[in-house]
Design a protein around this ligand. Sequence first.
Ligand code: BGC
Length: 758
Amino acid sequence: MKKLFLLMLILGIGCTPKDPQVMHSSNNNPYAKKVDSLLALMTLEEKIGQMNQYNGFWDVTGPSPNEGDAAKKYDNLRKGWVGSMLNVRGVAEVRKVQKIAVEESRLGIPLIFGYDVIHGYKTISPIPLAETASWDLEAIQNSAQVAATEAAAAGINWTFAPMVDVTRDARWGRVMEGAGEDPYLGSLVAKARVKGFQGDDLSATNTIAACAKHFAGYGFSEAGKDYNTVDIGTNTLYNMVFPPFEACVEADVKTFMNSFNQLNGVPATGNLFLQRDILKELWDFQGFVVSDWGSIGEMISHGFASDGSEAARLAVLAGSDMDMESYLYIKHLKDLVDSKAVSESLIDDAVRRILLVKYELGLFEDPYRYCDEVLEATVIDSKAHHETVLDMAKKSIVLLKNDRQMLPLAKDGQKIALIGALAADKDSPLGSWRIAGEANTAVSVLEGLQVYTGNKLTYAKGADVTVGETSFVMESKINTSDTSGFAEAIKAARNADKVVLVLGENGFQTGEGRSRTRLDLPGVQQQLLEAVFNVNPNVILVLNNGRPLAIPWAAEHIPAIVEAWQLGSEAGHAIAQVLYGDYNPSGKLPMSFPRNVGQVPIYYNHQMTGRNTEPVPGLVFWTHYSDEANTPLFPFGHGLSYTTFEYSPITLLDDFASKGSITLQTTVTNIGNYDGKEIVQLYIHDLFGSVARPVKELKGMQLIALPKGVSKTVTFQLTHKELGYYTNEGKWLVEKGAFDFYVGGSSATTNKITYELK
Ligand code: BGC
C-alpha cells in the first residue's frame, strides 16, 4: 500500500448533511431587506406562484402536458401564481405578458423570462463544443456577451446556459452543448460563459442571469441514450462531474437547473444530497434552482414518487426552488404546507432566492427594463456581433491532419471542386438550439469560398445527409441511399486540382433527444468520400458535426482533415479563411475522437488497470480489444497548425516546501513557415494515490502567439490546487510521492519530467 501523507484537508465535504429545514441566509445581499418585506405581504398561494414557471404559448422545448392551455396560464398570471415564463421572446410579447403580471396581479411582482440562449440569440455563434475547441476564454466570454446583449434586447433576462455537464460519450446528442470531456477545461469555459452572460452588473440592459445545468450527472447517461439513468461512483462525481458546477458558483452564477436523470437511483430533481448538501450548504450557493422541463413530474415515471403530491414534496425538500412545466407545485404545495408535510420556511427560502435574482436583474425597479424596442431593432443581428462570432468561429476550427501540406490552398490558378450537401447548406451550421436564429441564414462554405475569386470553383452536391428530424418535431426522412448525384461529383473531382469535401451531420442530428448508436458519416457520405478519393486523392475533408465522429478510413487515406463543427452564422467565411490560410488554425479537440463506436466512452483522463496496456507477447491477458487499438483516432487536446511547434524538455523549480508551489518551464519554438498560435497544455499524473489517479489530468493551459522562427518560454505554477484531488469522502487531498508532469501540444504528449513531492 502506498505511503500516505495527508498534506491538506481543505474541504469538509463529507460532513453530516444539514437539516433541509434550516433556512438559507441571504442577509449579506443588499436586497435582503426588501425581499423580506415583500415576503411578509405575500399569501402562501402567491409565494408558491413564484415557484411556478410556465412555458410560453408557441415554442416548445419539451413534451407538452395537457394542462398547459393558454387560458389557464393567463388566469394564473392575473392571480399572481406565476413567477417565471420560458420561451416568450421579443419585446412586444414579453411586454404583453409582463404587463399582466405587473398591472393585473395583486402585488405586481415582475416575471423573470427564461430562454435557451445556448450559442447566440439571433446572431449564432459556434456550438459550445466547438467554442471550447478554441481554448480561448476571452473569445468565449465575448461570444456569450453577444448572446446576452441580443437576448436582453429581445426582452429575455435569463438564459438556461451554460450546460457544464462533462461528456465522455459521443453517442449522446447533447455533447454539442457542453465543453467536452475535461473538468479543468470545462471549469474555465464555464466561468468564461457565466461572466459573458452576467457581466459585472446584472441589472444592465445587456446582461442576463446565467444557469449552470444540469445538476448533476446528466452527461453520464448510460450508453449515451438521452434521459437514461446515471450510475457513477464518488470518485467520478467529485473529480469529474462537480468541478465545473462549483466553478459556476465561484463565478457567481445566479441560477442552477437540475437534471432529468437518476443519480445512483435517486432522480437529481429529488436529490437532497446534490441540491441541499453540496450546492446550497457546502458551496453556499445563494441563487435558485429551477427543475428541468417536467422533471418534478417525471419522478413518478422514474419509480421514485408515487404521485404528483409526493413528487412536489420530494422536490421541494431536496431544494428544487422552481417547477418548470410540471404544474405540481402550483397544484400541491399549498395542501402540503397546510398538512405540515412541507414547512412554510422551505417555501420562504425558495421564494426569497427567486425574488433576490429578480431584484438583482433590476426588474423591481423597472419591470420593462428589458423591453426597449429601439435597442431590439438596432442591437440584434448587428455587424459588430457578426464580427465577434466570425472571430469565435475561426478560433474554433481544429486542423486534424495536413499531410503533403495540402493546406492552405493556393489563392490563384487552381481548379477547386467543392462537394457535399453540407457545403451549400445555409441551415446546418446554425446547429441545434439556435432559438431566434433564422433558418437558412448562415454563410455556407460555398459562399465563403466564392469570396476568393482567384481559383475556378465548381460545386456538386454528391449526396444528401441523413436527416431523421429537422426541428424539435419529427419530420419525414430524406432518402439518403440516393447515389444519383455521385456521377456529377466524380466528374467535378476528376477535373480539379484539389477537392474540398464537406461532410458530416445535419444541424439537427445532435442536441436534446438526438442520441446515435453509430458515429460514422450518416447516409451514403462515406461511399461518396471513397468514390471521390478514387478519382482524385488530393482531398481536403471538412467536417461539419456536433459530436466526435469515428472516421478511421478518412484518417488513414485523406491527406487533410479540418474539423469545422457547426460554426454558426459566419461558418462559411471562417472555414474559407482557414482553408486559404488567412487564418492559421489553432483549435484543439475538447473530446477524444474514437476509432469506432465500440471504444466509447473513450477519454484521455482514464484510470489505469492492473494489466499492461501494451501487448504481452503470446498472451491475451492484457488490457485491450482484440479487434481495435486502445488509443483514440484523435486524442483530446490534438490540433495542428500550418506551422510546427517544437517543445524543449521541461525544467522544474521546486519551491513547494517554502512557497507551496512548483514551477515548470518549457520553451516552445515556431520552427515552421507561418506565424501561428499554440495551446500549450500541462498534464499531471499522480503516480500512486490512496484513491488511484487518472493517467493524465489537464491542470494548466496557455494560448501563445508565436511568429515564425520565434521561441517563447512558457511557465506554469503548480500549487495544492493542481496537485490534489477529492477523496471518495469528498475531502481535498494532496499526497506526497511521485508525479509525472507533461507539457506539450496534446494529451498524447510524451514530453515529461518526474518529480517527488516531499
Ligand atoms: C432541457 C433543458 C432546457 C429546458 C428548457 C429541457 O428539455 O433539458 O436543458 O433548458 O428543456 O427548454
